[in-house]
Design a protein around this ligand. Structure first.
Ligand SMILES: CCC/C=C/C(=O)SCCNC(=O)CCNC(=O)[C@H](O)C(C)(C)COP(=O)([O-])OP(=O)([O-])OC[C@H]1O[C@@H](n2cnc3c(N)ncnc32)[C@H](O)[C@@H]1OP(=O)([O-])[O-]
Ligand SMILES: NC(=O)C1=CN([C@@H]2O[C@H](COP(=O)(O)OP(=O)(O)OC[C@H]3O[C@@H](n4cnc5c(N)ncnc54)[C@H](OP(=O)(O)O)[C@@H]3O)[C@@H](O)[C@H]2O)C=CC1
Length: 273
């Protein structure tokens, strides 16, 4: 990725201690960016930092800042820690999320709040804090939010997450217009089912559930987190310099392949996956 424009830039990645967030953090590090990873579990963040340092061949390219994105004061402190360490910011990846499968009618107010606070409120607090820093610097920058296709088609069993991801998409489109004069671009990436421990535990914990998910994907496989990271770096970086308020779907055709009549319409559903 040399020559991609990331060298020397600094990006905050929430949920950077695992799964897709770690893959994005590693891809940024490999592109010579400086990376600040934030999440609730220090050990997972330090592992990501060690992997970035290992790839770079030296320490100092990455920083772990334990942060709960639901706490606006902690998010402000995250941005302060990042700028104290690296001098400036260039962008943000809103990747942190929480999820579980339950009928909407049975989710407790606290369960609803847990997911919406992380996904929607956390993304807003982080976007606000980073955008204020970019405005102060007068440099512009780029914000990417990781959402899901059910932000627009909905999905039974995850009403809290679908509603929160839809909110993040609306936030992105709104702020893309408000912040364009400051040179700040905002976009979303919507992954399809991606092989991560977090999503596996939350959404397809059994072999049967996993097979059901796979049957919905025309490409007949899960995504590798590195494939989501590739698309993410495109949206974050200069090759997407005139692109704002958009959402790039990276789902192996899953949502377009939704069945509207009886028999399975995808190769996997027909047993050829
Ligand atoms: C296509 C896919 C797209 C998206 C993929 C992803 O997002 S993958 C990303 C996947 N990665 C992750 O999800 C990783 C991060 N996930 C997490 O941190 C947790 O799953 C969290 C979101 C619940 C937050 O945890 P926390 O420590 O802040 O909170 P807590 O433990 O105290 O619970 C709060 C409330 O939620 C309730 N509740 C919880 N589970 C269930 C359930 N199964 N059933 C019903 N309710 C449930 C719990 O009972 C409580 O309510 P109560 O009893 O007080 O009324
Ligand atoms: N994997 C998939 O199939 C899909 C994933 N996505 C999205 O991709 C993103 C990454 O998911 P994935 O990598 O699969 O799952 P993970 O569970 O690995 O990632 C979630 C991350 O969010 C962090 N996090 C959770 N709560 C908070 C919080 N309150 N404050 C700060 N960080 C928090 C977790 O770290 P910690 O617990 O240490 O805080 C974890 O690193 C999410 O936005 C998810 O919705 C979208 C579509 C499909």
């Amino acid at each position: 990725m040399n020559g991609s424009g990331f060298a020397g830039r600094t990006y905050v990645v929430t949920g950077g201690g695992s799964g897709i967030g770690r893959a994005i953090a590693l891809a940024l590090g490999a592109a010579d960016a400086r990376v600040v990873v934030a999440g609730r579990t220090p050990q997972k963040l330090e592992e990501t930092v060690a992997l970035i340092d290992q790839e770079a061949g030296h320490a100092g390219r990455a920083l772990a800042v334990p942060t709960d994105v639901r706490d606006p004061a902690a998010v402000d402190a995250l941005v302060t820690a990042a700028t104290d360490r690296f001098g400036r910011l260039d962008g943000l990846v809103n990747n942190a999320a929480g999820n579980f499968v339950a009928p909407g009618i049975d989710i407790s107010p606290n369960g609803w709040r847990a997911v919406v606070d992380i996904v929607l409120n956390g993304s807003y607090y982080c976007t606000r804090a980073v955008a204020r820093q970019l405005r102060e610097q007068g440099t512009g920058g780029s914000v990417l939010s990781v959402i899901a296709t059910y932000a627009w088609h909905g999905h039974p069993g995850t009403v809290h997450s679908a509603a929160a991801k839809a909110g993040v998409l609306a936030m992105t489109r709104t702020l893309a217009v408000e912040l364009a004069p400051l040179g700040i671009r905002l976009n979303c990436v919507a992954p399809g089912p991606t092989e991560t421990a977090g999503a596996g535990a939350a959404l397809w914990a059994t072999d049967e559930a996993r097979a059901e998910v796979l049957a919905t994907v025309p490409a007949a496989r899960f995504a590798d987190p590195a494939e989501i990271a590739d698309a993410s770096l495109f949206l974050l970086g200069d090759r997407a310099s005139y692109l704002t308020g958009e959402c790039l779907t990276v789902d192996g055709g899953q949502w377009l392949g939704k069945q509207v009549y009886g028999r399975g319409a995808t190769p996997a559903a027909r047993g050829r996956g």
